[in-house]
Ligand binder design. Structure first.
Ligand SMILES: N[C@@H](CCC(=O)N[C@@H](CS)C(=O)NCC(=O)O)C(=O)O
Length: 210
């Protein structure tokens, strides 16, 4: 059964796609155009009642929320492809901890920057310099904690690449690329080495080519 991923052009669906590639799971993509409002169509809202991307359909199983989807596939195919969850329950605990950090400490600030810098004109408003400055500062403080953590372990949850690292890829790519805020990564030695490592994985390079 080929997994259908809705909305491949955007960052959150890419979180799912890079996971499917790491796990060696076959997938196909279904374009959904946010600018045209396709995520608000009655058909799409039947799949994702909050109107966000992504959704996956796997046979008659439908799942939304990108981090729920990556946890589902990492667990379902634990022994296939890259193990993304750790080998012991303690390692798993750390993966979960850093996934939560990504979602609740890292993501809100990088998401604000994304909306203000990259999508404000498409959404019809002017970027708010105050929000940009504050978000940049707050993200810097979060990255200071990452720097400390990554001075002690190669990846966020330990010695192996995991869902916790993977989950950072799409929005950090916006940060270092179109947002031109690469300095936030590069001025922190261990964060910089970590970013080079995870963003050079063949799975992520493949996502960028899609
Ligand atoms: N928590 C959701 C958030 C997904 C999200 O923010 N998706 C964006 C695209 S990257 C989106 O659909 N934005 C349009 C909207 O929410 O109206 C997830 O991780 O799946």
């Amino acid at each position: 059964m080929v997994v259908k991923v809705y909305g491949p052009a955007y960052a959150s669906p890419k979180r799912v796609i890079v996971c499917l590639i790491e796990k060696g799971i076959e997938f196909e993509t279904v374009p959904v155009d946010l600018v045209k409002g396709e995520h608000r169509s009655p058909e799409y809202l039947k799949l994702q009642p909050f109107g966000s991307l992504p959704v996956i359909q796997d046979g008659d199983y439908t799942l939304y929320e990108s981090r729920a989807i990556i946890r589902y596939y990492a667990e379902k195919y634990k022994s296939q492809g890259t193990d993304l969850l750790g080998n012991t329950i303690e390692e798993r605990g750390l993966v979960e901890q850093w996934l939560e950090v990504e979602a609740h400490n890292y993501h809100p600030h990088i998401y604000n920057l994304t909306i203000q810098i990259l999508f404000s004109s498409a959404l019809g408003f002017l970027p708010d310099e105050k929000i940009i400055k504050e978000s940049e500062e707050k993200l810097g403080k979060v990255l200071d904690v990452y720097e400390e953590r990554l001075s002690k372990s190669k990846y966020l949850a330990g010695d192996s690449f995991s869902l916790a690292d993977l989950s950072h890829l799409p929005f950090t790519q916006y940060l270092v690329g179109p947002m031109q805020k690469e300095y936030l990564i590069r001025e922190r030695k261990h964060v910089s080495a970590w970013w080079d490592d995870i963003s050079n994985r063949p799975s992520w390079k493949k996502v960028l080519e899609l």
